[in-house]
Design a protein around this ligand. Structure first.
Ligand code: MG
Length: 157
């Protein structure tokens, strides 16, 4: 068994699409970044890579590369899972927490889990998505950004 941890933060700006957990969240603000800025998928990728003993997401998919400009993070997740499989590992489970002040996103958890587990090729029961606000504290509380944390457990396939 191997455990991995991932974290990511992105800035929120008005007029951007808000991609989170592989789905589009209706909101006046969205995350900014080189890719589609899906903070949850990026945290999951880093947790998977860390557990597998592989270099992190920034090394695998550099934000200086035009190949990854605006890329759908579901593609990054799919590629990450291929690397994990090549190393001989399978996912036991993934647990995640999104930290976001607004909007309320609980109604999207089921769709996020379905999307993530679908891309990873695992049962939905192996993926957990949760969310917290930051009680209006700090940059998240001021609605300037969003963060996500993920832990992953791998076993030998
Ligand atoms: Mg990121």
């Amino acid at each position: 068994m191997r455990i991995g941890f991932g974290f990511d933060t992105h800035k929120l700006e008005a007029g951007r699409e808000f991609r989170l957990g592989g789905i589009l969240i209706p909101h006046e603000k969205g995350a900014t970044g080189h890719s589609d800025a899906d903070v949850l998928i990026h945290a999951v990728c880093d947790a998977l890579l860390g557990a597998a003993g592989l270099p992190d997401i920034g090394s695998q998919f550099p934000d200086t590369s035009p190949e990854f400009k605006g890329i759908d993070s579901r593609i990054l997740l799919e590629r990450t899972m291929s690397l994990v499989r090549e190393k001989g590992f399978a996912i036991v489970n993934i647990d995640t927490t999104i930290v976001l002040q607004k909007p309320k996103i609980a109604e999207y958890f089921t769709e996020m889990v379905k999307t993530l587990s679908g891309v990873l090729g695992i049962e939905a029961s192996k993926v957990s998505v949760k969310a917290k606000t930051s009680e209006k504290l700090g940059f998240i509380g001021r609605e300037e950004g969003v963060s996500a944390y993920a832990v992953v457990l791998l076993e030998n396939a």
